[in-house]
Design a protein. Structure first.
Length: 211
């Protein structure tokens, strides 16, 4: 079973409350970046948007927001949610490791929240190049993924298996800097505590600008 099949299985068979990363409220660090004016309302893209909770929140704050995910059931749920709350937000099915031919626009801001630990090291350079390609020159990018210091999911090792049978890769600050620097100027890189549905996590936070 591919990773895409695994996530499709989760979104199509689990109730939203049973999906650990499906949180209604936006993460504190993302909101803080907006409120500190590190990011202002602009044309933005949510990479791996899931059922659209964070994308809809930002769209409600004045962002021209597109959300993409390769799980079609997640995108269907996001579109239904947008219609129900009356918020204009574009949602597309797209593979972030593919050609991204579905993405014809470029953006001023891109973010992925707790996505990159689903992408293994051998795939990450392709992913980062795709992100850079859809950003405008000097566009901003925020990436947050699980730190190798995170005590959850067994508490040790780079690869760990979750209760949903997904395998995640846990990163260090140094490898994140090495990954991003060919395409981006890394302006802020640190380990932060991020919210989880049941327990907090330690995550690597990288805020950067496209060269």
């Amino acid at each position: 079973m591919t990773h895409q099949d695994e996530l499709e299985r989760i979104y199509s068979t689990k109730a939203p409350k049973d999906i650990p990363w499906n949180r209604e409220g936006p993460p504190h660090a993302l909101i803080e970046a907006i409120e500190r004016h590190k990011i202002r309302p602009c044309k933005a893209i949510d990479l791996g948007c899931g059922t659209g909770n964070y994308a809809l929140h930002l769209a409600g704050r004045g962002f021209n927001l597109t959300g993409i995910d390769f799980a079609s059931s997640a995108i269907e749920a996001a579109r239904t949610k947008a219609e129900a709350v009356g918020i204009r937000c574009r949602f597309l099915v797209a593979d972030l490791l593919g050609s991204l031919s579905e993405i014809t626009d470029t953006y001023d801001f891109a973010y992925d929240w707790h996505l990159l630990h689903h992408v293994y090291p051998e795939q990450r350079h392709t992913y980062v190049k795709n992100v850079a390609r859809i950003l405008n020159p000097r566009g901003r990018y925020l990436s947050v993924c699980f730190s190798e210091k995170n005590p959850n999911f067994g508490g040790s090792g780079k690869y760990r298996t979750t209760s949903l049978d997904t395998k995640l890769y846990f990163s260090s600050e140094d490898e994140m800097r090495e990954l991003f620097e060919p395409c981006f100027d890394v302006e802020e890189l640190r380990t932060i505590e991020t919210e989880g549905k049941h327990t907090p996590h330690l995550s690597v936070y990288a805020f950067m600008r496209r060269r």
